[in-house]
Design a protein around this ligand. Structure first.
Ligand code: NDP
Ligand code: F7E
Length: 320
């Protein structure tokens, strides 16, 4: 099968590429954003007509943590909407039958009952700090559902919880919490600092899934051939949560990262920074019933990611 992996240089895209390459069953097609800007409708249309892949995995997006989302709302909604519309429409025009796109757990209401099941979608107000991004991700789900209903395609959406692992974004301001803390604690140990500042109150709870588990779940959902799309299965397969089903407080996460990096100083909490959603634990029972569950425990994953950071991350990343 000829599979186009959009976003193959990203944390998730590169993990999916690694697993597909290890299987050795498919011809893999990739383009960097410099080679193909997915917000450019005509460029995407021309590419898809020329390449005509058998399947598409859309792991490209404008991605960032709570501060990035809160600082660049126009880019988060525009770029993600454009990438989804361009790739999904051009895939359909080129006769692509199978597509998988990645949404996010932030699509669910800020105060949804926990754990959040797939049918909690559109039942309440979204978290303001990432509402533009969430709206774009909800639009992605509805795009796939609508093309399936009108054109008979088999376009699926997976909703990842917070992800981490090799290839993550460790930017001090724009990254997600786990890579941000790995870098900050690493630098504190390197520079002999006594204190590390954690954003917010430390009380929000988050669920963290290793990117290799996410890649495996993505290929599992993509390969669910035995569950064909139909009016009956559509609601079940509209979007599927992917997570561990276990969450921790941000304070507990910081204590884990301190242990892994060897930091023995003090944690302080900067409550001028936003907490965001108080909790967003996913109900992962639907995917479990379909036959998949996560395998990498958090502390093991954090240790492995820190090793990657120490050995693989570009030197500039570890520069002062
Ligand atoms: N990280 C997380 O915690 C979570 C991520 N997700 C979702 O998972 C998916 C992957 O996220 P993640 O791997 O973390 O993201 P990354 O930021 O690591 O990778 C995103 C990729 O998208 C590509 N991209 C961005 N803009 C464009 C563009 N205009 N044209 C072409 N390519 C573009 C980039 O390509 P290039 O490198 O070539 O510039 C980049 O490699 C996204 O859909 C994200 O919303 C969902 C929940 C949590
Ligand atoms: C995946 C998910 O990711 C985002 O939502 P988020 O989970 O709120 O994002 P986050 O990982 O940035 O923060 C989680 C919690 O952690 C606290 N926190 C402490 N210290 C740091 C810190 O140093 N950096 C960051 N980023 N957060 C910190 C922070 O205050 C918050 O309480 C959106 O992209 C959303 O759209 C989405 O999809």
């Amino acid at each position: 099968m000829r599979i186009y992996v959009a976003g193959h240089r990203g944390m998730v895209g590169s993990a999916i590429l690694r697993q597909l390459e290890a299987q050795g069953l498919d011809e893999l097609i990739t383009r960097s954003s410099a080679e193909l800007d997915l917000t450019d409708q005509s460029a995407v249309a021309a590419f898809m007509q020329e390449v005509r892949p058998d399947a598409v995995i859309l792991a490209a997006a404008k991605v960032g943590g709570i501060l990035a989302n809160n600082s660049y709302p126009a880019q988060f909604i525009y770029e993600n909407l454009m990438m989804e519309c361009n790739v999904i429409h051009a895939a359909w025009k080129a006769g692509v039958q199978k597509l998988l796109q990645l949404g996010s757990s932030c699509i669910y209401p800020k105060l949804a009952a926990q754990p959040m099941a797939e049918d909690a979608l559109l039942t309440g107000q979204l978290e303001p700090t990432n509402e533009p991004y969430a709206i774009a991700k909800i639009a992605g789900i509805k795009l796939c559902e609508s093309y399936n209903r009108q054109y008979g395609t088999d376009y699926r959406s997976v909703m990842p919880t917070n992800l981490y692992g090799p290839g993550d974004n460790f930017h001090p301001e724009n990254s997600h919490v786990l890579p941000a803390l790995i870098r900050r604690f690493h630098e504190a140990v390197r520079d002999g600092q006594e204190d590390v500042v954690i954003w917010g109150s430390g009380t929000p709870r988050r669920e963290f899934l290793h990117v290799d588990d996410m890649a495996a779940a993505s290929l599992f959902v993509m390969g669910l051939d035995r569950v064909k799309y139909s009016q009956e299965t559509q609601p079940m397969l509209s979007h599927i949560n992917v997570g561990t089903g276990i969450d921790v407080t941000i304070r507990e996460l910081a204590e884990t990262v301190a242990r892994v990096t060897g930091f023995a100083g003090r944690l302080s909490f900067d409550t001028s920074k936003p907490d965001g959603t108080p909790r967003k634990l996913l109900d992962v029972s639907r995917l479990k019933r379909l036959g998949w569950q996560a395998t990498i425990p958090l502390e093991t994953g954090v240790k492995e990611t820190y090793e990657w950071f120490l050995n693989q991350a570009p030197d500039a990343l570890r520069a002062k």
